[in-house]
Design a protein around this ligand. Structure first.
Ligand SMILES: [Zn+2]
Length: 469
């Protein structure tokens, strides 16, 4: 299942902080674009599991394995990766698509982990706050100068001009200070990244290959608008230093494990199939390409474009090759569910749940199939599965949406309202969440667990700067 959902408000706010930092350093247009859109997130068990496997050894080497750091995939086709709040690494799906080997994207994740381990975001924020204070002081001094100049009765006096210069000068000076500070952080993150890779027995060649593509005089740089390019100035000397460091590792020539490369290629073909136009998918994965990733991409795009019967034949072919791959059963279930056959989706989804060790997003899909049958015999099981899923996966609204339907079918309108309120809250729709939670409160006995949860949502403060839809 590949879901596109809105990012929770908490994160949007933090992203705005990053945007504010970027605003001080990068050209304004990119920072504003980042702010206005509020990046939606892509959720998919297979891709997330792969990224967890990519980051685990690096985080361990960085001493961050206990911090519960997550990798979040953003719905953006351009190459980008960044840290925003000290506990999440954001990666655009474009960065996955453009990384031909696991080692290349692992290198980017190692670099971002270097920022996390160095606490760079907090330090940059501190630096920015200090710079802003300096700027305000400088402006006050500058304005004071102008006033003094005007009072002397001669607005062309040297004093007045000095005042104007004092206003313009510090901003440029501060901008330069921040840029050199940022450059230093980037070099530190490179060094830390290589260290983590070497400590975990991995090559930093992929990291070098990726950053080398972004050098200031490369084709990528010529395009100019690339956000990763803007946040990662890549002067030739930085890339040269990185190359030297990476080559000194005993693992420089170590190749990716073929099994990992296959998983990487499967996720890339899945992303392509879900995110790109069908003709693009067929251009990347023509019928002449008989590899598993190509067949995966074609099976997905076939179901997405309405040919369920042909898609099922193709998916069954995939299952024959890898009978224990949970994501093939998940795909079969999703295709049937979205093709209006929820009862038939139940068996493959049960198999996917079992093979994936109860992945909560797949549990939610199974819950959706059970609810979708309109058969009351499935209601209790659906509620049990969905409750367990939302307890482990706290940020996906789908579980609560389905839970609300299951409770509604049972006639438990208090729980149905509460689940709908929780779904709205996760979508960032605070207004609807509050309305539904208020109604839920009137249906629960005061002080019961359901009433308390509803009361929490009613009392939740709206996050400033967040739109309510
Ligand atoms: Zn960086």
């Amino acid at each position: 299942m590949l879901l596109r959902i809105a990012l929770r408000k908490k994160t949007s706010k933090l992203t705005a902080v990053t945007a504010a930092v970027a605003l001080a350093i990068a050209p304004m247009s990119s920072a504003l674009a980042q702010q206005n859109k509020g990046p939606p997130v892509i959720r998919d068990t297979e891709a997330e599991q792969l990224l967890r496997d990519y980051t685990r050894p690096v985080l361990r080497a960085a001493g961050l394995e206990k911090q519960n750091i997550q990798v979040v995939i953003l719905n953006e086709s351009v190459f980008n990766a960044f840290v925003a709040d000290g506990r999440r690494i954001f990666v655009n799906y474009g960065a996955m698509m453009q990384s031909e080997t696991p080692n290349q994207i692992i290198g980017v994740l190692a670099h971002e982990t270097g920022h996390l381990a160095g606490g760079h975001l907090a330090k940059l924020r501190e630096q920015l706050a200090r710079a802003q204070t300096q700027m305000i002081i400088a402006m006050l001094l500058g304005v004071g100068g102008m006033v003094a100049g005007a009072r002397s009765g001669n607005s062309n006096s040297g004093l007045a001009n000095a005042g104007a210069a004092a206003v313009a000068g510090p901003q440029e000076m501060i901008r330069r200070t921040l840029i050199s500070y940022q450059r230093q952080q980037e070099e530190n993150a490179d060094r830390a990244g290589v260290k983590f890779l070497t400590a975990s027995g991995q090559s930093a060649k992929g990291m070098y290959e990726t950053f080398n593509r972004f050098t200031d005089d490369s084709l990528f740089a010529a395009r100019g608008a690339d956000p990763y390019q803007q946040s990662h100035p890549m002067p030739a000397e930085r890339v040269a230093a990185l190359e030297e460091l990476a080559r000194s590792s005993p693992y420089w020539d170590k190749k990716d494990d073929p099994a990992l490369q296959l998983r990487h290629d499967m996720v890339r073909s899945k992303i392509s199939a879900f995110m790109e136009r069908q003709d693009t998918v067929y251009r990347r994965y023509p019928l002449s390409n008989d590899s598993l990733p190509a067949r995966y991409a074609r099976a997905i795009t076939t179901y997405l474009h309405g040919d369920l019967r042909s898609a099922l034949v193709q998916i069954d072919g995939l299952i024959q090759v890898q009978p224990n791959n949970p994501y093939f059963y998940e795909l079969r279930g999703q295709a049937l569910l979205e093709g209006g056959k929820p009862a038939e989706a139940i068996a493959p989804l049960r198999k996917a749940v079992q093979l994936s060790n109860n992945a909560p997003l797949i549990d939610m899909l199974l819950g959706q199939a059970l609810v979708g049958t309109n058969d009351k015999a499935h209601t209790e099981e659906a509620i049990a599965i969905l409750r367990a899923a939302v307890a482990r996966e706290t940020e996906a609204p789908l579980g609560y949406t389905q839970l609300a339907m299951a409770y509604g079918r049972k006639g438990d309108f208090a729980q149905a309202d509460l689940a709908s309120a929780q779904a709205a809250f996760l979508r960032g729709d605070n207004k609807t969440a509050r309305e539904l939670a208020s109604r839920a409160k009137t249906r629960f006995a005061i002080g019961t667990p359901g009433w308390v949860k509803a009361d929490d949502i009613v009392a939740a403060k709206p996050t400033p700067g967040q739109n309510s839809n």
